[in-house]
Design a protein around this ligand. Sequence first.
Ligand code: GTP
Ligand code: MG
Length: 334
Amino acid sequence: MGYEPNELPTALPRDLEAKYTSIIFFEQNIRTLIYLCNVKVKKHQSGFITIMGNPNVGKSTLMNSLMGLDLSIITHKAQTTRHRILGIVSGDNYQMVLSDTPGIIKPAYEMQNSMMNFVKEALDDADVLIYMVSIGETKIKDEMLLKKIQNSKIPVIVLINKIDISNQDEVTVFLKHWEKLIPNSSIYSISALTGFFIPELIDILKSHLPDGPEYFPKDQITDKPERFFVNEAIRSQILEHYTKEIPYSVEVKTEEFFEEEKIIKIRSVILVERESQKGILIGHKGKKLKTVGVGARKSLQSFFGKKIHLETHVKVSKNWRSNIHQLKRFGYQN
Ligand SMILES: Nc1nc2c(ncn2[C@@H]2O[C@H](COP(=O)(O)OP(=O)(O)OP(=O)(O)O)[C@@H](O)[C@H]2O)c(=O)[nH]1
Ligand SMILES: [Mg+2]
């Protein structure tokens, strides 16, 4: 049947209308199905995973091992980590925001207060808590913290670390001990250093992530700026090469960071608390400070993948560890 353009029917013939309606119905069903599939496929999981525990148990080693990257500095000395450092691991459908934190201590001065505030903040933000102990540890001394962990509403994972320096019988004893102490937790024995149980742990952590958004762009790996990692590389060398109170009296501030195509030019200031510490740090004819510079340059070259020109100066900033204004300048307080 043919129609002239000016005499088109206002309604479709009955049989055509029925077909047309069923096509629309079919198309809508398909759209709903595609929508539901997309929702299912695109479901995204994310969360904040806090790593906490006593000093020196291997928290930063674990963070780096989970990241597959040397983000946090690691030394054999306690109180190496002073800040909360985020390490972000992302995949298409998930994002784990790890927090490396300072080891738990009883604060003796203002800087240590700030360090413990970082731990508290990270605990308050956590979707999953990792409490890490070294093999041989049996207690959480702080009663309040113990209660908080025992009554935790979020998943708690206790990791017994450094099992590479232990044996099966000993590991079994400590696994049982921690199971009894924190019955609401999952307990695993690992070696953050050798990587034992790390791939399995990554899967366990992913399985605990709640549904959530991308908190950070997927290609971002940390919340800290480049200068922070320069400060840390220098501080790591100081922890390595000096004894007694020197590493604990030092703060590093990077004042210049110029990135060119093939080289990064950096100027950093090392602050000490007293005049006498300045001499010790510089050493005879500047030899000790030179060792620090050479070591830091090497590690920064591999961290940034570029040639590094590093200039260091030592200054006295009297009692900076107890001075709130100074601590603010160094990023310890908001
Ligand atoms: N044998 C052994 N040593 C480890 C293991 N994990 C870490 N360590 C060592 O333990 C020391 C402390 O490691 P860190 O990762 O700096 O410990 P931390 O808990 O971050 O320490 P703080 O930042 O001071 O609280 C370093 O000498 C590490 O090499 C492990 O699985 N086995
Ligand atoms: Mg650490």
